[in-house]
Structures are given as C-alpha cells and as structure tokens.
Design a protein around this ligand. Structure first.
Ligand SMILES: [Zn+2]
Length: 389
C-alpha cells in the first residue's frame, strides 16, 4: 500500500506486558500454537496485540524479550507495510459491484481502510455506520493467500479482527467453512490470529481449533495515562473518559469530543438516559414515543446503546440502595436520584429489570426489528420500575 507523507506507525501495545512476555517466551521455545483466538472486551487492544504478535513472528531478531523493534521487518510491521502480515476485518459490502468483482472490490476497500487507520490510529470503539461483515469472498481470498509462500521471510501471519462477524452474514456457513479449512490444515509457518469481543457467537468448530487468549480490561488509571500520553487528551477529559470507558481504551475514546461532536459513545450515553427516563415515566406513551425514534432494520447497531443502558440501570440500583459511591455515570447523580425519589424505586425492581436487558441483547444478536426490541424492553423495564397502573 502507498505510504504517503502523512503515514503514521501504530502506537505501541499498551498495558499487556505480561502477556507479551509470555508470548515471546512461547515463540522462543517453539510452543506458540499455529492459531489463536484473542478475546476480551471491545477496545482493549486485541487487534493491536495481534499485529504486535505478527511483528514478533516476522522479526528475525525476536527473542524472549520480544521483537527487536529496529530491523526492516519490525519497521514494516509497525507501519502496516509488511507483505507477510495480513490484516482482515469486517467491511461494508461494496455497492453496485458484480459478484465476480466482489473479491477485488473488498481487497481495495481493505487497503483503503488500513490507510485510514494508519492516518488515525486511535479510533473509538463504536458501531459502524452501515452493516459490515467478513464476507465469503474475504474468507476465500484469505485461504488462497495463506496457501502461497511468504513474500520476504519464512513466515506469514493473518490477523482476522471481529471474527464473529463471519457468522451472521449471508452465505455465512460457506464463509465459516472456508476459514475452518484453513484452521484445520494451516500451511506450515503460518500463524492465524482471530480476535473477538463476542467469542460466544463464533462457531464452536472455530473455537475448538484455536487457542484462546483472554485480554482483560485495563486499570482505569492506565487508560487515563494512555489518553494523556499517546492521545494528547487534556487530563480532565482523560479522567472522565477513562472512568466511563471502564478499562477499554477504545470505549474511552468514544466519550471524547471530536470536532464539535460530543463523541459517538457520549451521544449514545445521552440516549441511554433518555431511554431510562422513558422507562420510569408514569405515562406509558413515553415508551412508544421513544421507540419510534429507532429504525426497523440493523439491530446489531443497538448493542453499544444497550451496554450503556445497562450501565445506567446499574447506577440506578446503586442509587436505589442509597449509595452514591461507585457510580459509573457520576455526573448523572442528580438525575438518578430524581428518578429514584419520584418512583420510590427499590433495588430489587432494578435487579429484575436487568433480566429483560439480557433478553433484549439476545434479540439484537438474532436481528429482530430494533423498534420492537426497544419498545418491548422499555415496557418490561417500566413494569418493574413503576408497575402497571
Ligand atoms: Zn526486528
């Protein structure tokens, strides 16, 4: 890919030094498995760690201390220009492309996206604007690529981000099978690294062929430090965003304002509190008015909102227990207290409401109409919180 004057290399892996050390030792002793599944919350650096692992494998000087960081291979890897380091991730399906040209169009979109990510390496973890997936054409391209010889070194590495998006797509079974074949018989000197924040949605056959590695959330202090040092964020914004990000750099970035916009997750947080408000309103019409603001397709996009509603409900249960320590949304303390007081909300009622949230998340994964999901969820939460007068 072209490396324009503005090309930036990837930021260093942050906060996972113990895991990096054990992976380096595993490679040095020849015990690194040929396929890995890095799983953990969204935005904790799974794909970044996978790309680092690629660098580790492609650096001829790698040792128990990790990659050398200075050789040509290392430089190409951190600039995302190494011909033996292949990074795949979900993409929007190119529009108006004949099926025969789909592979080519997807490859072009992949290179363009990599160039964008290089230009802006710190991205918030948020839902994409349009549906994306790892399509069959991608899985096939990946398979034929893996059967070629490495371009410059002795090894090649494939990183497949958000691997669970292979499953709910059209022709999903075929796409998954193409990948499965590759995992079953990986060509020698090939490492395949899948990453997923929803490993439960991967096919069991894919899960059973990959060695799982869990990437835990980071300490909020560490996220704050990263935002200030690597992101150039003001200490005040960094403190607020890292608290809301709950150990995920990608999430924390979503609560920071960008060019006059409050930030994608900050916008959703406001919306989550509007939902909570509607669900605690004595007027049942509030629930329906709110639900009508949602579309009728693309339920996957609801997931980040439901996660934020979960945080808001958790805070309501803290408030209902007459505590204020440990609020996630500490800046909404007054609003939470007003809701609690007006409806005399009991912690048990909030605990029951959580169950409905879990059901809604399953519907989201099952691609049900978002309007119906929101209407059903808010109605049930409202029944728990204010009863059904
Ligand atoms: Zn090196």
């Amino acid at each position: 890919m072209a490396s324009g004057a503005g090309a930036v290399s990837l930021h260093p892996v942050f906060g996972h030094t113990d895991l990096q050390a054990s992976l380096s030792r595993a490679l040095a002793t020849g015990s690194l498995p040929p396929s890995l599944l890095i799983h953990g919350p969204r935005g904790v650096g799974k794909q970044r760690l996978a790309l680092w692992l690629g660098q580790l494998l492609l650096c001829p000087e790698s040792g128990p201390e990790g990659p050398c960081g200075e050789c040509k291979g290392c430089r190409m890897a951190v600039n995302l220009e190494h011909p033996d380091l292949h990074w795949y991730f979900p993409l929007a399906k190119p529009k108006g492309v004949r099926p025969a040209k789909l592979s080519e169009a997807l490859e072009k979109a992949r290179y363009d996206t990599i160039a964008e990510r290089k230009a802006r390496p710190l991205r918030p973890a948020s839902a994409p604007a349009e549906p994306t997936g790892l399509y069959l054409a991608v899985a096939q391209a990946l398979r034929s690529h893996a059967n070629r010889r490495p371009a410059v070194g002795l090894r090649q590495v494939f990183v497949i981000g958000d691997a669970e998006t292979l499953v709910p797509q059209e022709s999903s079974q075929e796409a998954a099978n193409a990948l499965l074949k590759l995992l079953e018989e990986p060509p020698t000197s090939t490492l395949i690294i899948l990453t997923s924040s929803e490993p439960g949605r991967l096919l069991p056959t894919i899960r059973s062929r990959t060695m799982p590695l869990h990437l835990p959330p980071l300490a909020p202090d560490a996220v704050e430090q990263f935002l200030v040092e690597a992101g150039g964020v003001s200490p005040e914004d960094a403190r607020r965003a890292s608290h809301l990000g709950r150990g995920s750099i990608g999430r924390a970035l979503g609560f920071l304002p960008i060019e006059g916009d409050p930030g994608p997750l900050e916008t959703l947080r406001t919306q989550a509190f509007e939902l909570l408000h509607a669900a605690s309103d004595t007027d049942p019409g509030a629930v329906y008015r709110k639900s009508l603001e949602f579309g009728t397709t693309r339920s996957r996009g609801l997931m980040p909102l439901l996660e934020l509603l979960e945080d808001a409900l958790r805070d309501l249960s803290v408030t209902a227990a007459r505590a204020s320590e440990g609020l996630i949304n500490s800046d909404r303390e007054d609003l939470l207290e007003r809701i609690r007081e007006a409806r005399d909300i009991h912690p048990v009622a909030v605990a029951k409401a959580f169950r409905h949230l879990e059901e809604a998340k399953e519907l989201v994964a099952g691609n049900v109409n978002p309007q119906l999901i929101v209407a059903g969820l808010l109605t049930r939460i409202r029944e728990e919180l204010v009863g059904n007068p």
